[in-house]
Design a protein around this ligand. Structure first.
Ligand code: NDP
Ligand code: 2IT
Length: 452
């Protein structure tokens, strides 16, 4: 059996009941086959793949907190410190009831390659909790965040592990966690990114993932001799990534006709009103029904099972920006039948393996989240740089660096795919390109640092 197949089999056996982690490992290792086969003897001897798929450390802890009724609640907290070959662990904290160890591991594993692609010195990690922030008061959120950080603070630090936001963790949560870290450790340091501007945050970090997604998508279209101007897009989600993807898409002349949340979706043929969306989601923290109530041209559809949601409309670009496995094979068939040109992922692993294959084989330009949504973590690394030099850069400076990084990522993944002749459906295989380019730097660093 080939080394790649052996390690995939081992991962499935040793980590039962972690399907998302299996999926992420399969996607990466399958596309690294050519690189691994060219170095099989050396990599095997060094147990390189075994080391890559085993986190350096995984921490699981109890998070007790008191709700507004005086009832004690208990959640589970996680931090997976996956790989520090190229820098301190870096990656977000997800707060969502679906969180479990397998989900944090899939996210942490992807983060290794994504962070490598940014060209900045950050290793891979991820954390979170099964805490559900929906419907909680500010006091309850603070109680949870303080308890979560009381434990997490033992394992992180500005040069050790630097968490940030993800689903359910935004500026409010980062603020409460930062305050608690400072109190416990007595140290004002860049231990978290996505901080508020008054205490060490970076301009453009809020916008970075969504804007970065569009900078990369723009580079992709340009390279294929096309322009985004006048095109139509479907976006899923209505959180941090989705909102700023919609905003930048509109600036580039794209009409975005959809967005969604976990209970339903909006279709507006006139284009999403991003100011209204921000008001509903960032200020009121309300459902999309409120958006529809305020906008006469918008159709609201409650989510039932098995429908195509935002992927059923005729669009040129699809930008999944909500969560994992939200675009399946039936959605992919619908998008292809409607003539979609590109799918670029704002979320982490939103497209199933089967759907990815179908899109690629049918000639759709497909760029996975590791490359396409790397703008968020890249800008987090820029926040770390600003914290280290105790200076703040202007919005234009950070945004300009972000744009440059996304264009470099596009160039590097295209180049890696070409070096290994990786094509699919007559087009460059950007999934392989991203995995190979991300892997090369991490492997080089791992081999240089010996057995560790
Ligand atoms: P937010 O919490 O701001 O928004 C998440 C959005 O996705 C909401 O609209 C939410 O709807 C929807 N959603 C979440 N979970 C589900 C689910 N299980 N089913 C259906 N809809 C769901 O998170 P972000 O925008 O920050 O994150 C979105 C994606 O982007 C995630 O995959 C995240 O890992 C990824 N990402 C985030 C980065 C960042 O910097 N924030 C960087 C790179 C990737 P509802 O409100 O109803 O739950
Ligand atoms: O998935 C991701 O890259 C993030 N949630 C952002 C991580 C970060 O450290 O900014």
């Amino acid at each position: 059996m080939s080394y790649v197949d052996e390690v995939i089999e081992q991962v499935v056996k040793q980590n039962p009941a972690e399907p998302e982690f299996h999926q992420a490992v399969k996607e990466v290792l399958e596309s690294l086959r050519v690189v691994v086969e060219a170095n099989e003897e050396k990599f095997r001897k060094d147990a390189l793949l075994e080391r890559l798929v085993n986190p350096e450390r995984q921490i699981k802890f109890r998070v007790p907190w008191v709700d507004d009724k005086g009832q004690v609640q208990v959640n589970t907290g996680y931090r997976v410190q996956f790989n520090s070959a190229i820098g301190p662990y870096k990656g977000g904290l997800r707060l969502h009831p679906s969180v479990n160890l397998g989900i944090i591991k899939f996210l942490g594993f992807e983060q290794i390659f994504k962070n490598s692609l940014t060209t900045l010195p950050i290793g891979g990690g991820k954390g979170g909790s099964d805490f559900d922030p929906k419907g909680k008061s500010d006091r309850e959120i603070m109680a949870f965040c303080q308890s979560f950080m009381t434990e997490l603070s033992k394992y992180i630090g500005a040069d050790v592990d630097v968490p940030a936001g993800d689903i359910g963790t935004g500026a409010r949560e980062i603020g409460f966690m930062f305050g608690q870290y400072k109190r416990i450790r007595g140290s004002f340091e860049g231990v978290l990114t996505g901080k508020g501007l008054s205490y060490g945050g970076s301009l453009a970090r809020t916008q970075a993932t969504g804007y970065g997604l569009l900078y990369l998508t723009n580079a992709l279209w340009k390279d294929h001799g096309m322009s985004l101007e006048g095109k139509t897009a479907a976006v899923s989600g209505s959180g941090n990534v989705a909102i700023y993807a919609i905003e930048k898409a509109q600036e580039l002349g794209v009409k975005v006709v959809t967005c969604s949340d976990s209970t339903g979706w909006i279709y507006d043929p006139n284009g999403i009103d991003v100011a209204l969306l921000k008001e509903v989601k960032e200020v009121k923290r309300a459902r999309l029904t409120e958006y529809a109530a305020a906008k006469s041209t918008a159709e609201y559809h409650a989510k039932q099972n098995g429908e195509h949601g935002v992927w059923q409309y005729k669009v040129d670009l699809a930008l999944p920006c909500a969560t994992q496995n939200e675009l399946d094979i039936e959605d992919a068939k619908m998008l292809v039948a409607n003539g979609v040109t590109s799918v670029t992922e704002g979320a982490n692993m939103p497209t199933t393996l089967e759907a990815t294959k179908y899109l690629q084989e049918n000639g759709v330009l497909f760029v996975g989240g590791k490359a396409a949504n790397a703008g968020g973590v890249a800008t987090s690394a820029l926040e770390m740089s600003q914290n280290s030099e105790r200076l703040s850069w202007t919005f234009e400076e950070v945004d300009g660096k972000l744009k440059g990084i996304m264009e470099t990522i596009y160039a590097n993944i295209s180049d890696a795919a070409k070096r290994y002749d990786a094509t699919v459906g007559g087009k460059t295989d950007y999934v392989a390109g991203a995995n190979i380019a991300g892997f090369e730097k991490v492997v080089d660093a791992m081999l240089a640092q010996g057995v560790c």
